[in-house]
Design a protein around this ligand. Structure first.
Ligand SMILES: Nc1ncnc2c1ncn2[C@@H]1O[C@H](COP(=O)(O)OP(=O)(O)OP(=O)(O)O)[C@@H](O)[C@H]1O
Ligand SMILES: [Mg+2]
Length: 197
């Protein structure tokens, strides 16, 4: 599966979800975020490049972590949009993030790819429900909405990398994180089934 994770809003979890999904799928993560920690399985595309480099366009499986900075999709994002089987828009629950999510949806829907929204990084399920209701009131049932709660798992994975995550069940000190990871796997499996690949 080739998947584009994007949003016009910063800090909503694009890079975190991208990397964790890439580990789950066993593929690389391609990012335009030059601040992500360097791992062997993350490829950073320098700012200023308009296209995704040739060697990366023919991969069967990849996750593109491409933040969009303006009200226009830049050329690299449009290119990833053409290549991908599915688009994920992560959002937080605050009003600005939800607004940016709706704007991002409008921009990417033209490509006709399946779109999934992930309400990410929240603590309170009631606030999650209110954010979800807001999105549903604007979008109807057209877009599946999944959820990933606040967790320390992402920081741990960004520090310790793929091998640690793949062996999380062997880490006795990470029992709760291992449970969180299993919950995330359910989300990632649903995304895969929506991509229809
Ligand atoms: N579900 C979550 N629980 C806890 N922390 C989270 C969660 N999702 C993201 N974060 C944290 O929020 C911060 C922003 O996340 P991340 O860098 O993935 O967002 P981003 O959309 O890629 O941001 P940017 O636009 O700057 O590239 C990071 O410190 C990350 O660890
Ligand atoms: Mg990022």
């Amino acid at each position: 599966m080739r998947c584009l994770i994007t949003s016009m809003k910063g800090g909503v979890g694009k890079s975190s979800i991208s990397y964790n999904l890439a580990v789950h799928l066993g593929c690389i993560c391609i990012t335009n975020d030059l601040t992500v920690p360097q791992h062997d399985d993350i490829i950073q595309i320098p700012t200023g490049k308009n296209r995704i480099p040739k060697g990366l366009t023919s991969l069967d499986s990849a996750v593109f972590d491409f933040g969009a900075m303006s009200t226009m999709l830049d050329k690299k994002i449009s290119h990833a949009l053409q290549l991908c089987d599915l688009v994920i828009i992560p959002t937080r629950i605050d009003a600005r993030s939800l607004e940016a999510t709706l704007e991002t949806y409008k921009l990417v829907k033209e490509a006709g790819k399946p779109i999934v929204i992930i309400i990410n990084h929240f603590r309170d399920w009631k606030k999650h429900d209110a954010a979800r209701d807001h999105l549903l009131s604007k979008l109807g049932n057209r877009v599946p909405i999944l959820a990933i709660r606040e967790t320390t798992l992402f920081d741990r994975v960004s520090r310790d990398g793929r091998e640690w995550l793949l062996n999380i069940h062997n880490d006795r000190g990470a029992h709760m994180l291992s449970r969180t990871q299993r919950a995330h796997e359910v989300v990632y499996d649903r995304i895969q089934s929506m991509a229809g690949v």
